[in-house]
Design a protein around this ligand. Structure first.
Ligand code: DQA
Length: 151
């Protein structure tokens, strides 16, 4: 069994009603349900948290660092300035993928900067729900590739 953390940062609890032209019509519960289905089909267990508070996201990463083998994270606006969240990801050294619903490279200048990206395997942005699903698959592939022992 592979254990993964899914983290959703600030304001993502309002998905569905929050700027749907940018973030789409799906609610966070619907996104989590789709992630849950994919996880089940891949034999993956997820622990999921949404928080509007940086420290709560960091505590969650710390608390589950020994349980999890990887992380999918949409840090919301923390992407653009949270060195504390970046340090937490670097500290636990779990493979992580940064995901975004919108294409952060095609929006305001401040969104083009990610302080999280460098401590992640990849950044996937602009694919809506697919960003999360592709992120999950990428982390799982990375973990399973690494765990194949040489002959
Ligand atoms: C977001 C993009 C961020 O810039 C923004 O602050 C969010 C959502 C996305 O999923 O597109 O809260 O991470």
């Amino acid at each position: 069994m592979t254990n993964l953390l899914v983290l959703h940062g600030p304001n993502l609890n309002l998905l569905g009603e929050r700027e749907p032209d940018i973030y789409g019509a799906l609610t966070l519960a619907e996104i989590d349900a789709e992630l849950g289905k994919l996880a089940q089909s891949l034999n993956v267990t997820l622990k999921t948290l949404q928080s509007n508070h940086e420290g709560i996201l960091i505590d969650f990463i710390h608390d589950y660092r020994k349980w999890a083998q990887g992380i999918i994270i949409n840090p919301g606006a923390l992407t653009h300035y949270s060195y504390a969240l970046r340090d937490a990801l670097a500290a636990v050294r779990l493979p992580a993928v940064e995901v975004h619903l919108s294409d952060i490279n095609q929006r305001e200048a401040f969104r083009r900067v990610s302080v999280i990206k460098e401590v992640c395997l990849a950044q996937i942005s602009g694919r809506g729900l697919r960003s999360y699903l592709d992120g999950l698959k990428m982390v799982v592939e990375h973990i399973r590739k690494d765990s194949v022992s040489p002959e």
